[in-house]
Design a protein around this ligand. Structure first.
Ligand SMILES: [Zn+2]
Length: 521
């Protein structure tokens, strides 16, 4: 008898554990928007194997989460992660706030061709999963250059071919940056032609709109039209209304979205929860005609007094009414290669340092001088809280950071890279109660997954890939600010990517489980 027991025990010990990992005692928020429930989650290899009120089967490892939320890993549909991912392949700014997938190639800008870049990403030992859009601006740049004219029939065919190849290589769709040079030189009809190609392959369109300020509503109509006539899903990226004169326009934007959806156009939005945006000082404050044709031409134009005076008037207008937020103090520098001591300072400081009094006119002069010096990236404080709340509440809005992978401590980036997801959960769910916890998680997981046609991620369900974020809803918060952006989010205890624990106890682990994702076809 005794021998039999020992034999059984030995047999049990020799049996491999049924699961690799079990998370116990969670509040499961499954990503669909359904209310949370108590349960355990079992993982085998890279897959969720079981979810049940209590899982007692053997596991190689068990983690008691003590009532914390267990949610699907967050999918960030709009990032500039190629800025930094090769230097910091763990992307702790993202993973530490529950993001397990980052999507690149936004705003009309992507590497071309896609295949070698995807291969390079594939070879990188990285923590998050990553996928790509193909950028319309990059396509146009490759075929036509950065000039303000229509494409010839021949050029348009070349652009179509590049988009088609990118879709075959694994792009999730076509991104546009019609605000930027050279995207801004593209007629809507040309964008639609390329959107059709992406749509044929099951892709979507996402847009950094042509104008997020005075002509916002025209731009929303254009984004909807690209979806409607291009026959594919379309998305307003980082939805916002820039400049005091445009505050409140989110109401009409959302009405147009609702009307389009009612007639069958699949239009959605994404958003980051901050009252400032970020891009280059040149793109934000200089007119497109000044930037046409590249840097040398820009510098030559600025040397000509008449042209400079003409540009200055437009820069003044942009500071007063658009991205400048009405005051040079609202233009903050993120990274200035020519003078890093400007990082974190604002355009009023720079104007002062440039030996000028801090008027808007002198600030415009200083901004042009900065562009001549090689330029800076900036943070532009020009968005109203009311618009943020209104857009966030809309059911067709998902969360996306528009961020990058910062090198910790370097420059003064927008805090969104460190805090977007934690901020929504801390400020807009817990403190302001703008949306529920379950809806916030849906906007971070199943919604972007469905948008990208990632059929095996974004929901906690047996058979899905085990991308998981565990956090305490009572303490989750962002800590990155405009003054001190290099600061990690708090409240996350465990983050799992493809079944492997990538973040635990406030630290990245040695796991590098991230893979390159392609849409299901
Ligand atoms: Zn953008």
């Amino acid at each position: 008898m005794r021998h039999a027991v020992i034999a059984l025990l030995l047999l049990a010990a020799a049996q491999p554990a049924r699961y690799d990992l079990v998370l116990r005692n969670g509040r499961i928020v499954d990503g669909t928007g359904s209310p949370w429930y108590r349960g355990d989650v079992a993982i085998a290899d890279d897959t969720i194997a079981a979810i049940a009120p209590s899982i007692d089967a053997s596991a190689a490892r068990t983690i008691d989460v003590h009532g914390a939320v267990i949610a699907p890993g967050f999918i960030d549909i709009h990032t500039h992660a190629r800025r930094g991912i090769f230097e910091v392949p763990t992307a702790p700014n993202y993973v530490g706030q529950g993001v397990t997938t980052v999507i690149e190639g936004p705003d009309g800008s992507s590497p071309l061709p896609l295949a070698p870049f995807l291969a390079k990403l594939n070879d990188l030992h990285k923590t998050p999963n990553i996928g790509l859009f193909v950028g319309q601006g990059s396509v146009r740049e490759a075929v036509i250059g950065s000039v303000d004219r229509k494409a010839t029939a021949d050029e348009l065919q070349k652009e179509r071919d590049i988009v088609e190849q990118a879709m075959k290589d694994g792009a999730f769709g076509l991104s546009t940056g019609l605000f930027y040079v050279p995207g801004t030189f593209t007629p809507t009809e040309e964008v639609i032609e390329l959107a059709r190609v992406a749509g044929t392959y099951g892709g979507m369109h996402e847009s950094h709109q042509r104008d997020e300020a005075s002509k916002l509503i025209d731009s929303v109509k254009e984004t909807i039209r690209i979806g409607e006539e291009g026959h594919l899903p379309t998305q307003i990226s980082h939805a916002k209304a820039m400049g005091v004169a445009s505050w409140g326009k989110s109401e009409e934007m959302l009405r147009l979205v609702d009307e389009a959806r009612a007639r069958g156009v699949d239009v959605t939005l994404d958003q980051y929860p901050y009252t400032a945006s970020s891009t280059s000082v040149a793109a934000a404050l200089m007119p497109a005609w000044l930037l046409e044709g590249g840097n040398e031409k820009t510098l030559a134009r600025l040397k000509d007094p008449t042209t400079r005076a003409k540009a200055k008037l437009e820069v003044i207008d942009r500071i007063k009414n658009e991205r400048g937020g009405g005051d040079p103090k609202n233009v903050q520098f993120a990274s200035c290669a020519f003078d890093p001591s400007l990082n974190g300072r604002n355009l009023a400081d720079a104007t002062h340092r440039h030996d000028l009094t801090e008027t808007v006119e002198n600030a415009a002069e200083t901004a042009m001088w900065i562009v001549e010096k090689g330029g800076c990236s900036g943070i532009f404080h020009a968005i109203s809280e009311d618009d943020i709340v209104r857009i966030l509440r809309h059911p067709a809005t998902m969360i996306a950071s528009d961020g990058e992978v910062p090198v910790f401590g370097r420059a003064n980036p927008h805090p969104r890279s460190y805090g977007t997801f934690a901020r929504v959960l801390g400020v807009y769910v817990r403190e302001k109660r703008v949306i529920t916890l379950e809806d916030a998680i849906r906007k971070m997981s199943s919604f972007p997954a469905a948008r990208l046609r990632l059929t095996d991620r974004g929901v906690l369900r047996p058979g899905m890939k085990a991308d998981i974020a565990v956090f305490d809803p009572a303490t989750v918060r962002d800590t990155a600010t405009y003054e001190k952006p290099h600061s990690y989010a708090e409240g996350f205890s465990v983050v799992i990517v493809n079944g492997q624990v990538a973040f635990e106890n406030g630290q990245m682990t040695s796991a590098r489980p991230g893979i390159v994702l392609r849409p299901a076809r």
